[in-house]
Design a protein around this ligand. Structure first.
Ligand code: 5GP
Length: 237
């Protein structure tokens, strides 16, 4: 597999084309950012930890029957993935209240949400990723109605799989964001699943072990990501 030109540079990953038009290489950089890119930093080992974390989670999701873009780990910071036609929408499921929903609805952090709640956001940094609904997605042509349904179904299926996986490691999956794309007509999970895009709390102490450590300046960001990975049995050596 030959790595060719940089197709896209996101806030934490770069995407490269390859000699196969159906495959891309994701390069997980050590960069981290929050607040739509207003706070940034370089964190040693982060690219490697997130690349391996993501590969492990995607494999678990594949095993559970969820189609993902993941093909294989290529190196410490690179993965080979299918080239999807990305839907510019973020799908968020919340099991426990935290983050933006607390600010928007004036609810306290830490409430169990039963049933878990679901939100769509438009991927647009300039607008601060505004919340949107299914009508917006269809009316503006960001995704077809039948694809929106599959995105919702898959996002909830991910919740069943990962809530159980993290629970076994003594962790609460508070919330997470997924992005999907279309590959050969099928809805496929894209982007990544790492502690950059979800909230994970220790079940007993409720210690935050995710990107909120960076957002809130708590320190020990990569150490927390690595500790979560080790509790899942991921080998970072
Ligand atoms: P909130 O809406 O509370 O800011 O985020 C809900 C969940 O989705 C959190 O786990 C958060 O990390 C994730 N999330 C929402 N938007 C983004 C985003 O633009 N980038 C990343 N990495 N995660 C996001």
């Amino acid at each position: 597999m030959e790595k060719r030109e940089e197709l896209y540079k996101g806030k934490a990953k770069s995407v490269y084309t390859t000699d196969d038009p159906d495959r891309l290489i994701l390069y997980f950089r050590n960069d981290t950012s929050a607040f739509d890119g207003k706070k940034t930093a370089q964190l040693d080992r982060k690219g490697m930890v997130n690349n391996k974390f993501n590969a492990y989670i995607m494999q678990k999701l594949e095993e559970a029957g969820i189609p993902t873009q993941m093909d294989q780990l290529l190196s410490d910071q690179e993965s080979l993935v299918k080239r999807l036609d990305m839907v510019p929408v973020e799908c968020v499921v919340r099991n426990i209240s935290a983050g933006s929903i607390c600010r928007r609805l004036g609810v306290q952090e830490g409430l169990d949400l039963n049933p878990p709640t679901f939100e769509f956001f438009l991927k647009n940094d300039d607008l601060g990723d505004p919340m949107i609904n299914e009508y917006h997605i269809e009316s503006f042509g960001w995704a077809k109605a039948e694809h929106i349904e599959v995105m919702k179904e898959l996002t909830f299926k991910v919740n069943d799989v990962l809530k159980a996986l993290f629970a076994e490691a003594g962790l609460l999956l508070v919330d997470y964001k997924l992005e999907f794309g279309i590959y050969k007509g099928q809805v496929v999970l894209g982007d990544e699943f790492t502690p950059d895009g979800c909230r994970l709390w220790d079940k007993d102490t409720r210690e935050k072990l995710d990107k909120d450590r960076f957002r809130q300046g708590l320190g020990g960001v990569v150490e927390a990501y690595e500790a979560v990975g080790q509790r899942l049995g991921i080998n970072f050596d």
